[in-house]
Write a protein that binds this ligand. Sequence first.
Ligand SMILES: Cc1ncc(COP(=O)(O)O)c(C=O)c1O
Length: 396
Amino acid sequence: MVPDNTAVKKGTKKMAVPFLDLKAQYLQIKNEVKPEIEDVLETCYYVLGPKVKNFEEKFAELCGVKHCVALSSGTAAVHGMIWATELPAGSGIITPPNTFTATAEGIVLAGHVPVFVDADPVTWNLSAEKTEEFLKSCSSTGKPIDPKTGVEIKGIVAVDLYGQAANYQALEEIARRYGLYLYEDAAQSHDGSRFGRKTGSFGDVASFSFYPGKNMGAYGEGGAITTDNDEIAARMRTLRDHGSQEKYFYNFIGHNYRMSAFQGAVLGVKTKHIHTWNSNRIKVAERYRSLMSELPVELPVTAENTRHVFHLFALHTPKRDKLREFLAARQIGAGLHYPEPLHTQKAYRYLGYSSGDFPVCEKNAKQNITLPMFPELTEKQQDEVVSAVEEFFRKG
Ligand SMILES: Cc1ncc(COP(=O)(O)O)c(C=O)c1O
């Protein structure tokens, strides 16, 4: 993770630039984190406990909601938020196929059926227009029935892809009209906002991941749900602890989705810094956009009145495989998020989709490339990335 600035090519000194530098951030907060970790060690309160409770309170405040329930991972959070809403088994839940597998996995783990709808070609988030169109087209009986699987659609999971909130104003209205639950997968958008509302506050309930590489990353696995709904929060608290409110007495079948106290301690510290770190990410993104405005690539677009927190800075170009190779040769870290949409993956073949069903998500998969992005990225490092991208296109 620490940049190796020793790359030398053809006599010219080139600087290696990592995709992500977790050490740079750790060094900033090390003096705050260490006593918190020490506290956990001294109190021997290793699971949930005061550190996790403190984090839950602070994170709920950050999201502008009543409840945060801390969990063991973002995957547990997607599963948990759907599970806690107690839909009838085998319900259809709409989601975009251009997301990390955990989004659709959470639907399946909760006993339901993913129903894919294409993304918006500008923001790459679930298209509200296509969601509406699809629901209209399959509601001739008065209820929305997925034509592929025959299941009744009961919910929508939108994803804040790359750090930008989906179009919740429209999606909330659609969900209300069709009587659907609306879930927000906010794994990539901590501290984002849209029209003055924070991510984690949209729909009925939201899920977060605190995987180390996320904008707000734990020092291990972590996740949470956030909601204003008292019942969903209470149900999730019980589900994360084996369906138990009183030790060794079980009201229903749950799971072990409890957060480790070490992660609560780290995240309690990070909650104080996330806004500043994200503001730095936004500056990095603006500088990338201005330096690359003349290049033949599609740059990321921030929607109106949106705080896009740039978990990832994704470009789109038909030459992305060659560009990635070129950057790798220059020791510049670049990623693919994600290289294949879910509807054509083997794991989801049973749903009956095929290539060509979702052209926007398919283009997203074929053409995206994500560049180094973290709050501590220096202008020098960024210049190195941009000059490599420029050189690639100059050489044709
Ligand atoms: C959109 C999305 N949802 C869910 C998850 C799952 O989170 P975790 O890795 O913490 O289980 C991720 C993590 O990459 C994600 O990006």
